[in-house]
Design a protein around this ligand. Sequence first.
Ligand SMILES: [Zn+2]
Length: 195
Amino acid sequence: MNPITHALLGWTISHPLLKSKRDIALVTLGSVIPDIDGAGIIADFFSQSWPQPLSLYSDYHHTLGHNLFAAFLFSICAGSLAREKLKTFASFFLVFHLHLICDVAGSKGPDGEQWPIFYFFPINRDWKITWSGQWEVNAWQNMLVTVISLLVALNQARKNGFSPIWFFSRRADAAFVETLRARFPLKESGANKSC
Ligand SMILES: [Zn+2]
């Protein structure tokens, strides 16, 4: 799946689990952080004219960041930065694994590459997870998940009084929430999250 769908899933799942905006942001980060191992694509791009171009993306994407040990490492870091430490650790670990499941289900490349998950990397570099029913990254199933999670996120913004815009501009976020509430009024007062 693409990072936007992963982030929307992390955002919507973390809302009912956590009280503070900071913890929700940390857990949302957990839903996209496995893909940090795809950052090598930038170095690959700039090395195209070299005698021996790099191939970091194909060598390490779905390997370095998509495994159990990365899940523990990043979850511990997130938990240590959180207000609700244990809950954030557990929620981060959960959405991290949801990312892996979503990748196994719906990340087939246009060339048929399945991008297997080497779950026990680096201890075991052979055992991998794939699924024969995997659909392509731009398949309708992924689009459906994106649309549903976007609608849920909008409803959460309306009810809880904040959206991801809050992290960039509190004023713009307040205007956004006001617009949502004007169009779809709340039946009872919403539950605002702490910082
Ligand atoms: Zn991924």
